[in-house]
Design a binder for this molecule. Sequence first.
Ligand code: FES
Length: 111
Amino acid sequence: MSAAVSTSAAAVAYPLGPVDQIPRGEGRAFAVAGHQIAVFRKRDGSLRALSAVCTHQGGPIADGQIDNSVVLCPLHLNAFELDTGCSTTGAAPLRTYPVDLDDDQIVVYAA
Ligand code: FES
């Protein structure tokens, strides 16, 4: 991974490479400074970043199916809102991370 760029005392920007590595409608997992982060590229091209480890029993969130608003964990199909990480099926929430595009490069922010 490239060198991190410090933006504030609380969060550090981590470049994760070109957005084209994630097809629209899918997610990919990245290891970032001790965090396992699932980055999703929605069909409209926008990005969302959540913990890649399901709060239920550790399922691989990045492998889940998404629609415009939620991701379904592939193990037991708990649903989590892409914007907030909150579960609509009663599981504990997933952590969310700020994520941006910078010249078609994914940048995620983690403390
Ligand atoms: S591990 Fe994700 S729903 Fe069970």
